[in-house]
Design a protein around this ligand. Structure first.
Ligand code: NI
Length: 137
């Protein structure tokens, strides 16, 4: 009986964002979102952990080839978000607040089609060392 294994790949990107609700006043936005609502944006050093769960292949011993996984993350995520203003430079967040929660969901949706249906995918995203999210929960 094969045993399920979790494989992790860590990646990194820098990006700027601003959290705000367009129909709220500046004061209301700053009350809810704090420094993350600075009108002229600010940056975060995002740490991304992509987790793939599955059964090791009988021949290769791999759940997934991490070289392929890394390439996939570079193509779909890093090239799209690294050194970008998430609000202004990306389609995904034109009308979606770029919170860690929403960024994790967007990343999941970009990677999911590229990973075999036989494998489970989970995204962990660190916005800061102390604030991070998991999707799916
Ligand atoms: Ni922020």
């Amino acid at each position: 009986m094969a045993q399920k294994v979790a494989v992790f790949r860590k990646e990194h990107f820098n990006a700027a964002h601003r959290l705000f609700c367009a129909d709220w006043s500046l004061e209301e936005n700053q009350r809810v979102f704090g420094a993350c609502s600075n009108p002229n944006y600010h940056g975060h050093n995002y740490e991304l952990v992509v987790q793939v769960n599955g059964y090791p292949d009988a021949k290769t011993g791999f759940v997934i080839n991490t070289k392929d996984l890394s390439k996939m993350v570079q193509e779909e995520i890093i090239s799209r978000f690294d050194h970008k203003n998430l609000n202004l430079d990306t389609d995904a967040f034109l009308n979606l607040n770029p919170t860690a929660e929403n960024i994790a969901i967007v990343i999941y949706n970009l990677l999911r089609p590229r990973i075999s249906d036989t494998l489970d995918l989970k995204i962990r995203l660190y916005e800061t060392e102390r604030n991070f999210v998991d999707y799916p929960a």
